[in-house]
Design a protein around this ligand. Sequence first.
Ligand SMILES: [Zn+2]
Length: 425
Amino acid sequence: MKTYKQSIRRPHAYQNLALWACVICMLSAAGCRRRPVETTPGIDSPRQTWVRVLLFGNLRMCTVASMSGFEIEDVGSGAMANFRSDEPFVVQVSGRTLVIGEHRFDGEVLIRPHEPFVFRINDKPYRGHLRLRADEDGQVFEAVNLVPLESYLFGVIGAEMPSYWEPEALKAQAVASRTYCLFIKDRFGQRRSWDLTQSESSQVYRGLEAETQTVRAAVLATAGEVLVAPADDGRDLIIATYYSSSCGGHTEAAENVFGGERVAPLGGVRCRDCAGVARHSHYYWKPVTMTMQQISEKLMRRYPALEKLERISNFKVSKLGYKGRVVRVKLIGKNAATDTVRGEDFRLTLDPTGRKIKSAIFTVEKNGNKVSFQNGLGFGHGAGLCQCGAQGMARQGKTYKDILSYYFPGSKRVTITPAKTTTEL
Ligand SMILES: [Zn+2]
């Protein structure tokens, strides 16, 4: 029988070790019981905070399995079907009907695995429930993972921070990720059938594959804790706890990076610790060169409104933030018309991976048609929590509470009751 443990991806260096460990166990006279997957905490709690994560948006086919078996509810009719096999079932859509194995369902189903409440979709394991819903045309369907908040974080922390980092850094990340999740859920979730994606566009979620004991411990030790700050009318609101890899020496005011109004705990602080933690090539990144024509094409494609400039013939950095972070760029058109973009948007338009122009801290050198981005510093957008800085502080014996109050000064740490999911507490 297949187990989830067998197919969890391991680093290459450990694969042979793992194989030998299995062989030794099988040969052992005492035998070797496989470690079961730990159960999903709080899934039966009536006051649970559920998070809806879009796993796939335009599926034509997928496979679904659960080693513990599962039941399927037809959401429209309430009819139930039980699946006891641990073999994967093929799911297809046919004119608003979802076909799962031999069964047919009316457009939307809820798949609920039995304890430990883990299912696999396309051979990747996740905790919680799975909702499949066909689109209006019956051509494709979406797969959304409904997962309790703390179990969701089990799949986030190890994907966003190395799971071998200091426990206090992992706890700071857990509080930041929990707060950020609720902020996004509340701001955007009511307008769509899911709260977050599983990619960087929300925060990276890799389900059971990203779980480790250290990650689970950090999440459970801070269960329910979020950061809030008083709004103008005195009410405590959940803040947007942005975080990025290394800030380059000073975190940036969030409104300079993402726009919006100034929020005091996101104003930016000096950071002495990330330089000593970040990988040298990530912190002091190599110059990146491109032609003015490439820059113009990328920006025009990304922002159709720039058409009024005909073609971008030049640009100037028009506002700098901390450590020389480019906050605003003035674009100059062939016809002398101008427009502006935020520095972070400029960088990610020229390098959507964000892995070459690693931050908006750079100087610009122009030589004929060539433009070079030099003296790069730091990795990521630089707002909110500096993850390498958090690791540096944790190494010095600081607690996650110290770390969070340093990077989000003036914020307050509160424990939410599960039912409270709105930003107004
Ligand atoms: Zn930093």
